[in-house]
Design a protein around this ligand. Structure first.
Ligand SMILES: Cc1cc2nc3c(=O)[nH]c(=O)nc-3n(C[C@H](O)[C@H](O)[C@H](O)COP(=O)(O)OP(=O)(O)OC[C@H]3O[C@@H](n4cnc5c(N)ncnc54)[C@H](O)[C@@H]3O)c2cc1C
Length: 286
């Protein structure tokens, strides 16, 4: 291990100041469940400074404001799935958080780290994109707000600069009659990284017709996005098996249009389609 400086502060402006001085030579540490593993695997990449943000209280907490939810980046997966506000107003996100890693990982890992690490299998990202979340990135002289679906370049690569801290995640609460689910398929039941996942939101009007539909597959496309091509099939229709099957098939088709046919397509094509169908069925049945 190369020698490095360990920096921390309870104040965000001091953290931003440290980051501005070290630039790309610094690495932010939140829960450390991704970063420490990465540094152990690639010791040559050890930064000059590790900047621990975990003591900054203003970066922690879950708040509701005027029908908007504000999620601070240090919120752990345990805090997220135990939050009553999120359970009522963004159920798919608490469901995703409850399925992450193990109890220890959920107690330590943060939503900010999950987003910023940008692994294709990051479980909080598909729900947050389905919630049309926006994020705030702050540096010493500037703050910018980006839609989350415009933040990722490719797996492990985002539009954030090295001196920027993710300080806030914001989205509108789901309407009371909207149903939402997150389904994840892993290699095993416990401590499993997503092979494929789906975040879905479905809202019906009084006659039963679908008013709003949002579908975001995880670990399927090069970066996450709502599959509007499949959502459009659903809007204005009444739920049925054929309809949900058609939406699932469309998500598969869109996935293959990006990835082409490769060795894993034989598995992923029917599976993502079935996951979408199952997610939509679950929305209607709960
Ligand atoms: C055994 C195991 C099982 C796991 N299972 C899952 C799983 O099922 N699903 C899943 O999605 N993930 C899983 N993970 C991955 C990991 O736990 C999560 O991604 C976690 O949310 C990362 O958060 P963290 O606070 O630990 O991030 P850290 O490791 O502290 O940081 C991760 C990255 O984000 C950057 N960063 C962190 N916070 C900020 C911020 N506020 N602003 C700017 N940059 C920031 C860091 O510099 C680093 O590059 C697992 C990990 C392990 C070790």
């Amino acid at each position: 291990m190369k020698p490095f400086e360990y920096k921390f502060s309870e104040k965000l402006d001091e953290i931003l100041d440290i980051l501005s001085k070290f630039g790309p030579e610094a690495k932010i540490l939140a829960g450390g469940t991704d970063l420490l593993i990465e540094l152990r695997r690639k010791p040559a990449k050890f930064p000059k400074a590790i900047v621990d943000i975990s003591y900054v209280k203003e970066l922690d907490g879950i708040y509701e404001n005027d029908n908007h939810i504000i999620l601070k980046p240090l919120s752990t997966h345990t805090q997220i799935y135990k939050s009553n506000v999120l359970r009522r107003k963004a159920y798919l996100l608490s469901e995703a958080a409850s399925q992450i890693g193990s109890l220890q990982i959920r107690n330590r890992g943060t939503v900010g780290g999950n987003i910023m690490n940008a692994a294709a299998c990051a479980d909080t990202v598909p729900p947050l994109i389905a919630l049309n979340a926006e994020i705030t990135l702050q540096s010493i002289n500037d703050a910018r707000i980006l839609p989350l679906n415009d933040f990722f370049i490719k797996p492990y690569k985002t539009k954030a600069n090295p001196d920027e801290v993710l300080t806030e995640i914001k989205f509108s609460a789901l309407p009371e009659n909207a149903k939402s689910v997150f389904i994840k398929l892993g290699r095993r039941n416990a401590l499993s990284i997503s092979r494929l996942s789906v975040a879905a939101v479905l809202q019906q009007d009084d006659s039963g017709k679908i008013l709003d539909a949002r579908l975001v597959p995880g670990a399927a496309l090069p970066t996450w996005r709502r599959v509007t091509e499949a959502e459009e099939i659903l809007i204005g229709e009444k739920p049925s098996m054929e309809l949900f099957r058609a939406a699932g098939a469309k998500v598969s088709e869109v996935m293959i249009s990006y990835t082409g046919r490769r060795w894993s397509t034989e598995y992923k094509e029917p599976v993502i389609s079935a996951l979408v169908r199952r997610a939509l069925e679950k929305c209607v049945m709960t």
